[in-house]
Design a protein around this ligand. Structure first.
Ligand code: NZQ
Ligand code: ZN
Length: 385
């Protein structure tokens, strides 16, 4: 196991009817801005519950944050924050709204060009407004981490930044809020969380038994519970297990003392930025292709994963690793998430655009060994066609 420091100060308020506690979580003298997305929280009544909980606060609202939030839209929110003297931000939505709110929190306190925040991967952030969250989709883990992903629509740059200053102070996780998700978004969430675990687990062994067993527990949970909510959308226990698994998948715990990959995320981000494919779908396409390409580096952990998550019988390591890849692809397909670029109408003509963006963003040595060069990404994209 490698050395690590683990510190996660986000407070999680989990279960039935927890939105009513928000009014007590935010000090009464705060001027709050509720940030939300395209309107699902209006239609399913979540926003009304949030407003009720904040009836004794001064509250402004900013709606219209799109999936894969746009810098351009978020800067409108920053202007509102400054105009109204807002000093607490409450994100009500999924990863996009939470990420967008984190960006607004940092940008409202930054004096230079706010895109610097993203361009510097967060290193220029020295303070931010406090952020709270009401999570409406189990997927990204943004509710309990310090990462945000923002897209500049003008240039199609989709980039993440990280800063301890944007860590949510609290996040309300009510599994019932996810009952209204359309099946494709439920599936996206399960696949995204599943891949977050895989990226921190399918690397090379460092004898980190706690982290491995945690990862395998989360993968088994997502594998068992994911398909249930596609048919029974209001299965509370399944929704609750998926929600907590997704949060745990990317709150920093799994990558303590272990190597991490993130190649599928970095390549996938460029595909979403350029072509608009949903985040989780880019991952479902990229991770099997990366594994096939990097089989020699990953086969030991792949075989372990196959045995402990997919009950693949013991045989030689490479055969088990290949069977684990097949089982993963079959699982994504069962969730209704396709696993080839061609399934989404994308062909080999995207390869130069994707690799150019990766180069532009300085992502030229990917994977846990930093040995996936731009040329290798080209080969991996061919395997994903
Ligand atoms: O905009 P509204 O109307 O709210 O609709 C949303 C949106 O269309 C809808 N939705 C959310 N909750 C709902 C609901 N519809 C009905 N009922 C509900 N309860 O779902 C759609 C997708 O929402 P979005 O927030 O985009 O989904 P997700 O949580 O998957 O977030 C994806 C974004 O997070 C980033 C991705 O890159 C992408 O931009 N990520 C953030 C990470 C992080 N901060 O750590 C890590 C991830 O790897 C990921 O990159
Ligand atoms: Zn992700």
């Amino acid at each position: 196991m490698q050395n690590f420091i683990f510190h996660n100060p986000a407070k999680i308020i989990f279960g039935h009817d927890q939105i009513s506690s928000i009014g007590n979580e935010i000090p009464g003298d705060k001027t709050v801005m509720i940030v939300y997305g395209g309107g699902s929280v209006n239609r399913n009544g979540t926003l009304k519950k949030v407003r009720d909980s904040l009836k004794n606060h001064t509250v402004y609202e900013f709606g219209g944050v799109q999936a894969n939030p746009h810098y351009e839209t978020l800067m409108e929110a920053v202007a509102l924050v400054k105009d109204k003297g807002v000093n607490f931000l409450l994100a009500v939505g999924g990863g996009s709204v939470i990420d967008g709110t984190k960006f607004v929190a940092a940008a409202a306190c930054y004096d230079g060009d706010a895109w610097d925040i993203v361009k510097s991967y967060g290193s220029v952030v020295k303070r931010a407004l406090p952020v709270g969250c009401v999570l409406t989709i189990a997927a990204t883990g943004s509710e309990m981490n310090n990462v945000a992903v923002v897209t500049k629509a003008e240039t199609k740059d989709k980039l993440f930044f990280a800063s301890p200053y944007v860590m949510p102070q609290f996040s309300v996780l009510e599994p019932e809020l996810t009952f209204t998700l359309p099946p494709n978004q439920t599936a996206n969430g399960v696949v995204d969380a599943f891949v977050h675990v895989l990226e921190q687990y399918v690397t090379y062994p460092v004898n980190a038994k706690v982290q491995d067993r945690l990862a395998e527990g989360l993968l088994n949970t997502l594998k068992e519970e994911g398909p249930k909510v596609l048919t029974d959308t209001e299965d509370y226990d399944a929704r609750a297990n998926i929600m907590w698994a997704a949060t745990m998948a990317l709150n920093g715990l799994l990558s303590t003392g272990t190597p991490a990959d993130w190649a599928s995320h970095l390549i996938g981000q460029e595909i979403t930025g350029l072509y608009g494919l949903d985040h989780a779908r880019t991952l479902a396409v990229m991770i099997p292709a990366i594994w096939k390409y990097a089989l020699a580096d990953k086969k030991q952990k792949l075989a372990q994963y196959g045995e402990r998550v997919w009950d693949i019988p013991a045989s030689d390591t490479e055969t088990m690793a290949l069977q684990a890849i097949d089982a993963t692809v079959a699982f994504f397909e069962t969730m209704g998430v396709k696993t080839r670029l061609s399934d989404y109408g994308l062909g080999d003509d995207i390869i130069p655009a994707v690799t150019n963006k990766l180069k532009e963003h300085g992502h030229v040595a990917l994977g846990e060994h930093a040995n996936i060069t731009t040329e290798k990404v080209e080969e991996i994209l061919k395997l994903a066609l």
